[in-house]
Design a protein around this ligand. Structure first.
Ligand code: TRP
Length: 453
């Protein structure tokens, strides 16, 4: 593989374009919808602390590894893994890692799109003034009535999948760049404004206390696995999405710098979401552990009572949908490039088939919120099962494999060359993290969950 090799799917137009796309993939429902609700379910501060450690010590080095593997392999995850194993003269079974990524991406998108559909529906609810002067009880009822209706959920899930696939059809580096350039900064400004609102609520300090006061007695082995899984989910690593984005990365761009910027932005957005939501929870006497509906049961209360709340409500949900779109295209892109590069599909046809399958799988999650809510496997609804299997199992296993591959299998000169760190010491720090710490952390968390520790 020569240094000048480019991905057959094209390249990012600039460094900024790549940062935008990578931030777009990282920042999404994971930060604004999932982080607050799982923090609420896992007792707050201690969980947040473990999450931050997972991001810094495990997520960051693995994200660097995944990007550099993508840039060296220059293709979809399966072909990239084949090329890298050939180059390192390693066992060919490594390409299963690419396969797992493709499957994980589609499974995640199947439920991600359902939730993004809720956010899309809430744009219209905000617009029609449904939140106006509504109290906590009315907002909760509004949400309960909404998810009880399969027809509505199917409608919005379909709309969101169509939007995703029409962007992917145009090729992500063209389809998304322009809108992200404008919308990502707007999302950030809006979050800051909402923090301003949260500060005026009587529950503000109680919310902060919940989020930042670490009480380790509330932490179980499964909470630690959830924190680890969330670090992977939120950064968007462990399944080849970053690998594919790395494949479009020109040689001259610093991987380390980009990855650090993206993970800081991702973490800041998640924390801001928490700082906004928990004060509203405590001010209105709600339960922090109410599950996946948390943001839909809390934020509308704020929009219904604050000055300018009608406009802020619309803007907020629009931006949430855009943030979700820029993540969902990253989730399906590995499958689409794989179909194009190895099955000879046109981009349109690849989008049609991968979109159709993902859309159908999404029905399992939709019904798990209403008609099939009593149907449980291992005590979990189908939505919970999909989420657990992907975020808590497939992503950490994928991340573990990436760490082992980049740390132990790849030719050292190649990873050093791709990372291009300013001095040998920084490379050694990365090497230490990727060879020992990151895989060991994932391994011990798994042992803890299966009860060996
Ligand atoms: N990181 C995104 C979010 O927080 C979701 C996402 C995008 C993702 N690409 C991914 C999750 C790859 C896992 C793997 O919403």
């Amino acid at each position: 593989m020569s240094d000048t090799k480019k991905s057959p799917q094209g390249e990012w137009s600039s460094h900024f374009a790549f940062i935008l796309a990578a931030t777009g993939s990282a920042v999404g429902l994971g930060n604004i919808w999932k982080f607050p609700y799982i923090t609420g379910e896992n007792g707050g501060g201690a969980f947040v602390l473990v999450y931050l450690l997972c991001v810094a010590l495990v997520g960051l080095p693995i994200m660097m590894a995944e990007t550099l593997m993508g840039r060296r392999g220059r293709h979809n995850p399966v072909t990239t893994m084949e090329a890298l194993t050939a180059e390192a003269k390693a066992d060919e079974h490594w390409h299963y890692l690419g396969w797992m990524g493709i499957i994980a991406g589609m499974l995640i998108l199947s439920y991600y799109s359902v939730i993004a559909g809720w956010a899309t529906a809430y744009v219209f609810k905000a617009f029609s003034g449904s939140f106006f002067d509504a109290d906590a009880h009315a907002i909760k009822q509004l949400f309960a009535d909404f998810i009880a209706s399969p027809i509505q959920l199917i409608f919005w899930h379909t709309a969101f999948m169509l939007a995703t696939m029409s962007i992917v059809k145009r090729g992500i580096s063209h389809g998304l760049e322009k809108s992200l350039r404008f919308l990502m900064p707007c999302l950030f400004v809006l979050l800051i404004l909402l923090v301003g609102y949260a500060m005026t609520t009587p529950g503000y300090f109680q919310g902060l206390h919940f989020l930042f006061n670490a009480d380790f007695s509330k932490l179980s082995g499964n909470s630690i696995l959830t924190a680890l899984g969330q670090a992977f989910f939120s950064l968007g690593i462990g399944m080849g999405a970053v690998m594919v984005y790395g494949a479009y990365l020109p040689k001259k761009i610093s991987i380390t710098e980009t990855v650090v910027i993206v993970s800081i932005a991702d973490t800041v957005v998640a924390l801001l979401a928490g700082i906004i939501i928990f004060p509203i929870v405590f001010t209105n006497g709600l339960e922090p552990n109410s599950g996946p509906g948390l943001i839909f049961e809390t934020l509308p209360i704020a929009f219904g009572s604050m000055i300018g709340g009608w406009l802020f409500g619309i803007l907020f949900f629009v931006m949430l949908v855009v943030a979700a779109l820029s993540s969902s295209v990253a989730l399906i892109e590995p499958t689409v490039t794989w179909l194009i590069e190895t099955r000879g599909f046109s981009r349109e046809k690849a989008c049609l088939w991968s979109g159709l399958v993902t859309w159908l799988v999404g029905f399992a999650s939709i019904f798990s919120f209403n008609s099939w809510s009593e149907f449980k496997v291992f005590g979990l609804t189908l939505f919970e099962l999909l989420d657990y299997a992907t975020a808590n199992l497939m992503l950490p296993i994928g991340g573990f494999a990436i760490a082992i591959f980049a740390g132990w299998v790849m030719v050292r000169d190649h990873s050093e060359q791709e990372l291009d760190l300013p001095n040998p010491q920084s490379y050694q720090i990365w090497e230490l993290l990727i060879k020992y710490l990151a895989p060991a952390a994932v391994f011990f968390v798994f042992l803890d969950v299966v009860g060996v520790l």
